[in-house]
Ligand binder design. Structure first.
Ligand code: 7RM
Length: 636
């Protein structure tokens, strides 16, 4: 029978072995039994990692919103689909039922159609964590428009780059957003971005803060009056299995952000399956993922995965520190949250506060705790386990990526025994491999290498929008016939995986992936800067923070370094966002370089992390004298 819901370890191994022995048969059974199809597939899988080309459920037809909404109407019409908890705790919680969500999605879909949006068009969504964000995502999917959600903490420049990269013709935004005691004028940021987006002709504006906005004639329209007059019935557009569902940008180590393209059927099957098993969701559970829908975690595990399973999914607009650091726990108690999924950086920030913030709340409803986004350190793991879980809720340390679409390596709670800092075992259908420097697979246990996946799974991203060559070069060329993750990992004596972190120039700060190159590009725009290099160094809350080595142009004049630091961080805020600001800036006379002119970040990383006992091989350096100079002037 069904392999859909794993309930104990032996069953996990049985299911896992089957999924490796015959992946097509395995996924076909799951797809057959748990989803609504307009037409079944002709072929489960065809793939070629050299092109690369991956197709799942070819020939099938469906609409993902019929799986998230319509099919629940018979049994769950009055069940809460989205439980919205506003930023301000005195504003009322909203319970949006499946019936109501279905209606609101259909209405918004009709508005999009009335604005000329057609199947295949790209729609940008730039919204705070309010119900309309989930509704906008689903409304796009309803009519086959490809959504491109941009996290509403990104700057105007970052937004414009993303709009232009995939030629969005319409944006859904809001007047403003609330975050803690701050109000942010989102519409102003959008206006600034749109000055550089000639192809975008319509912006639909949702009222959230009531702040003052300038509406540009012919381009900007309030959404509310359009919704008022739109029909609330909208037939779902029938999609092919491999039609794109969404684009989501992720930063690479070089160049502009990569628009990862996810397609419909495979993404749906994997998001739903992994949600069910990793969170052990049961009817009447209240599931809460604290991520923003602007990230892949929100796409897969606030919207699509939970709704495909008919779950109640909490959407929280605010921040963990407002009105005080007990907010998360207050919400858990208030709604009797059963599964709680957050990031190590949030856990570390909360662990720094007085323990009473946690202890004054009844957290006994919790059954599963999750983490995602970066390696969780042992101390944070224990704090989470002891104080939030009371050693009674298994922690699922879930490793995955924007590119993988869903959770890849994770314990199955109540089945897989957990060990702090280990993501443990691959989910069914996932075949990890560790590779050595000679591109050979390292077999056996108690080994460490670069983490690859050797067989396709349904929710792997199919391409980078508009740049298939970059997709091939980034993920499929380092190791033959393998998907390369960019992460390093260790496999212990029993075969558990521990992710050791990125092996490329991506730095994860508070769970946000930042490529060093775009930050350096922003710094180098400063007229006084000659050259810069950014590295990460360990930070007790953020996981990593940014250390910048900056060489100034020689002009002979004296510059005020404090002012320079402020100006540089302002440039970074404008180009990327405040998340990418540098914690430390050291002005240097030069940067250590190889003969081919590459900055030796490995050395700079060690200096920033106070790990200078063994700097490794510096013999290839063009200018070894810079190393001592940088060490002598290192900031504490
Ligand atoms: C879901 C998400 C992907 C990168 C990935 C890793 C790191 C994520 C974990 C983790 C250790 C984890 N998508 N990462 N989860 N590292 N343990 N449980 O985060 O595209 O934004 O980031 O995040 O380096 O490659 S993402």
């Amino acid at each position: 029978m069904s392999n859909y819901h794993i309930k104990h370890l032996e069953e996990y191994w049985q299911v896992y072995r089957k999924s490796v022995r015959n992946p097509e048969n395995f996924w076909e059974e799951i797809a057959e039994e748990h989803f609504l199809w307009r037409k079944k597939w002709d072929n489960v899988l065809s793939w070629d990692f050299t092109k690369p080309e991956i197709k799942w459920f070819e020939g099938a037809q469906l609409n993902i919103t019929e799986n998230c909404l319509d099919r629940h109407l018979a049994t769950r019409a009055d069940k809460t689909a989205i439980l919205f908890e506003p930023n301000d705790p005195s504003e009322e919680t909203q319970h949006i039922t499946y019936k109501e969500l279905h209606k609101r999605v259909s209405t918004m879909a009709n508005v999009l159609k009335s604005q000329g949006v057609e199947k295949g068009d790209r729609v940008c969504i730039y919204l705070p964590m309010i119900p309309e964000l989930a509704i906008a995502v689903l409304a796009c999917a309803r009519i086959g428009a490809i959504h491109s959600v941009v996290f509403a903490g990104f700057s105007a420049t970052a937004l414009a780059t993303r709009i232009n990269d995939c030629d969005c013709k319409l944006i859904i935004c809001s007047d403003g957003s609330y975050r803690g005691n701050k109000t942010i004028d989102l519409k102003k940021i959008v206006d600034e971005a749109l000055e550089d987006c000639p192809g975008l002709t319509t912006s639909l504006v949702i009222k959230r803060t009531g702040g003052e906005v300038i509406m540009k004639d012919g381009r900007d329209k309030w959404l509310a009056p359009l919704l008022d007059t739109a029909d609330s019935v909208c037939k779902a557009t029938v999609m092919d299995a491999e039609d794109p569902l969404f684009i989501l940008y992720t930063s690479g180590s070089t160049g502009k952000p990569k628009g990862m393209v996810h397609t419909t059927a495979g993404y749906m099957v994997y998001a739903a399956y992994s949600f069910k098993n990793v969170f052990q969701y049961r009817e009447n559970d209240i599931y809460w993922c604290t991520a923003d829908i602007g990230w892949i975690t929100g796409h897969s595990y606030i919207v699509y995965g939970p709704l495909c399973n008919g779950a109640t999914t909490v959407m929280f607009e605010g921040v963990p520190s407002y009105p005080d650091f007990s907010r998360f726990w207050q919400i858990v108690e208030k709604h009797k949250v059963t599964q709680f999924y957050t990031a190590p950086t949030a856990i570390r920030a909360l662990a720094k506060q007085h323990i009473d913030f946690v202890n004054k709340h009844d957290l006994s409803s919790l059954k599963v705790l999750g983490t995602v986004g970066e390696p969780i350190n042992e101390e944070a793991w224990h704090w989470y386990n002891d104080n939030v879980g009371k050693q009674n809720s298994p922690i699922v340390d879930t490793w995955w990526q924007t590119e993988t679409g869903g959770i890849m390596i994770s314990p199955i709670p109540y089945s897989t025994p957990t060990i702090p800092t280990f993501a443990t075992l691959p989910l069914p259908g996932i075949q990890p491999a560790l590779m050595d420097e000679n591109a050979q697979e390292i077999k056996g246990n108690q080994v460490e290498g670069r983490l690859c996946i050797k067989f396709p799974w349904p929710s792997i991203a199919r391409t980078i929008y508009g740049n298939h060559d970059r997709y091939r070069d980034t993920y499929f060329s380092a190791y033959k016939n393998m998907y390369f993750t960019g992460d390093g990992a260790r496999r212990d004596a029993v075969g558990y995986y521990r992710i050791t972190g990125r092996v490329d120039d991506v730095i994860i700060v508070s769970g946000h992936n930042l490529g060093t190159a775009p930050i350096e590009d922003a710094i180098n725009e400063h007229p006084a800067v000659a050259e810069s290099a950014i590295v990460g160094f360990p930070h007790d809350v953020k996981g990593n923070a940014l250390y910048g080595y900056i060489t100034l142009k020689e002009t002979g004049e004296d510059r005020n370094q404090d002012n320079l630091c402020k100006e540089i961080n302002q440039l970074i805020t404008d180009r990327i966002g405040p998340i990418a600001k540098l914690d430390k800036i050291q002005f240097t006379n030069g940067l250590p370089k190889t003969r081919s002119g590459k900055i030796m970040r490995r050395i700079l990383r060690k200096i920033a992390s106070n790990d200078t006992a063994n700097l490794g091989d510096t013999s290839t350096l063009l200018n070894p004298e810079t190393v001592q100079e940088i060490m002598d002037n290192k900031l504490v």
